[in-house]
Ligand binder design. Structure first.
Ligand code: KG4
Ligand code: ZN
Length: 340
C-alpha cells in the first residue's frame, strides 16, 4: 500500500443523483453526476424510480469517472461508497456495486456517512477555496437534510441542531409548488426573490427551542396565505410573484441565520462552513458574507459542484479514512438512517 499515491473511487447513490468520482491523494480528478430528470414530472423524488435509474446509470457513470481521471480500474487503491442516510432502494444500488467491484479488484472497501461527506467536502484541495480549521460549525442545508454540527475533528462531530420535520430545501420546493413553479423550485424562488421586496409580506417564523428547526408550519402558512389572496384576486400570484418569493426567501434566510447566531453564541466558535444544495442560495450567501463583516465570522462555502449531492465528497472521506486504514468487509449493509 503506497499512502502517497492513492487513487480512491467514490460512489454516491443516496437519493436521486448517481455519482462517481476519482480522487488522487486530496485532489479530485473526476466527479461525474447523472441527475434523474424523471422526478420533475412528479414534483418530487419517487423512490422506486430513483432506484431503477441508479441501476441504469451506475456502470456508465463509473466508467466515465475512470475515463475522465485517465486511470484504469486496476490502479484503484480502494472504493468508498455512501452507506447512508438516504433512500434504502437507492443506497442498495451503490452499496452492492461498491462491494462487488472491491471484491473483484481485491481492494479495500470504505463506508461513508453521506452527512459527513457534505461536511468534509470542505477538505477537497481546490484553488481559491480555504479549508476550515477545527473546531468549526457546519450547517448542512439541502432537500433531504438541515443540521447544525460542531466539527471537532474529521471524524469527531456532534449534531447540535436539526429539523424536526421538513428540510429547508423541501420548504423551498413545497413553497414553489404552491406558487405553481416546477420542481425543484428552490433555485427559481431564489431567482425571483432577487427582483422582489423581501418585506412585502410577513410569514410568522416557527418557534422551536434551542438549535432545532421546523419548516412544515411555514409551508402551511404560505399555503393559507396564497389561498386567501387568490380567493380575492385570482391573479394574485402572477401579479406578486417576485415579492412573494422575496418574502419567502427573507423568512427562510432569517430562520437559518438566527439559529447560526445562536450556535455561535452557545459554542463560541465563529468559523461557519455550509454544505448541501441550498448553499447555492444567494440570500444565505449574502447573509454569511455580511456576518463576516458585522460579527467577525469566517465563513466557508464549497465549490458549487461539491455542495449538491456528489461523489467527490464521498471520495474525500474515503481518502481520509484510507489514511487510518478504516476498512469494512463485504458484510456491511446500507443504512437508511445513519447518524454521524
Ligand atoms: O443537496 P441537493 O442537491 O440534494 C439533496 O436534497 O440532498 O439539494 C437539493 C435542494 C433542492 O431542494 C433545491 O430546491 C435546493 O437544494 N436548492 C436551492 C437552490 N439551489 C438548490 N434552494 C434555494 N436556493 C437555491 N439557489
Ligand atoms: Zn445530500
Amino acid at each position: 500500500m503506497d499512502a502517497n499515491n492513492t487513487y480512491i473511487l467514490g460512489i454516491e447513490s443516496s437519493c436521486d443523483d448517481t455519482s462517481a468520482s476519482v480522487i488522487h491523494n486530496g485532489k479530485i480528478l473526476s466527479n461525474v453526476v447523472a441527475n434523474q430528470k424523471i422526478h420533475e414530472e412528479y414534483g418530487g423524488v419517487v423512490p422506486e424510480l430513483a432506484s431503477r435509474a441508479h441501476q441504469q446509470n451506475i456502470v456508465p457513470v463509473v466508467h466515465q469517472a475512470l475515463a475522465k481521471a485517465n486511470i484504469d480500474k486496476k490502479q484503484l487503491s480502494a472504493i468508498a461508497f455512501t452507506r447512508g442516510p438516504g433512500l434504502m432502494g437507492s443506497l442498495l444500488v451503490g452499496t452492492s456495486f461498491a462491494k462487488s467491484l472491491a471484491m473483484g479488484l481485491n481492494i479495500p472497501l470504505i463506508e461513508v456517512n453521506h452527512m459527513q461527506g457534505h461536511i468534509l467536502a470542505h477538505f477537497i484541495d481546490e484553488k481559491g477555496f480555504d479549508k476550515p480549521e477545527f473546531p468549526f460549525i457546519a450547517m448542512t442545508i439541502s432537500g433531504g437534510h438541515t443540521q447544525i454540527v460542531i466539527v471537532k475533528d474529521y471524524f469527531d462531530m456532534e449534531v447540535i441542531g436539526e429539523t424536526i420535520d421538513d428540510a429547508v430545501g423541501e420548504a423551498y420546493d413545497k413553497s414553489a409548488k404552491i406558487l405553481g413553479l416546477p420542481y425543484p423550485g428552490g433555485p427559481l424562488i431564489d431567482k425571483y426573490a432577487n427582483e422582489g421586496n423581501p418585506k412585502a409580506f410577513q410569514f410568522t417564523k416557527p418557534k422551536v427551542d434551542g438549535l432545532n428547526f421546523s419548516f412544515s408550519g411555514l409551508k402551511t402558512a404560505i399555503l393559507y396565505f396564497i389561498q386567501k389572496e387568490t380567493a380575492k384576486n385570482p391573479n394574485f400570484i402572477e401579479e406578486n410573484l417576485k415579492d412573494i418569493c422575496a418574502s419567502i426567501q427573507f423568512t427562510i434566510v432569517t430562520i437559518l441565520m438566527d439559529k447560526l447566531k445562536k450556535a455561535v453564541k452557545q459554542t463560541g466558535i465563529k468559523q461557519i462552513a455550509i454544505g448541501g444544495g441550498v448553499s447555492a442560495n444567494s440570500g444565505i450567501r449574502t447573509a454569511l458574507k455580511k456576518a463576516e463583516k458585522t460579527m467577525g465570522w469566517k465563513t466557508f462555502i464549497p465549490k458549487f459542484e461539491y455542495t449538491t449531492d456528489n461523489a467527490a465528497m464521498i471520495a474525500i472521506v474515503g481518502y481520509l479514512k484510507y489514511q487510518n486504514q478504516e476498512f469494512v468487509d463485504e458484510s456491511v449493509i446500507a443504512q437508511a438512517r445513519y447518524h454521524i
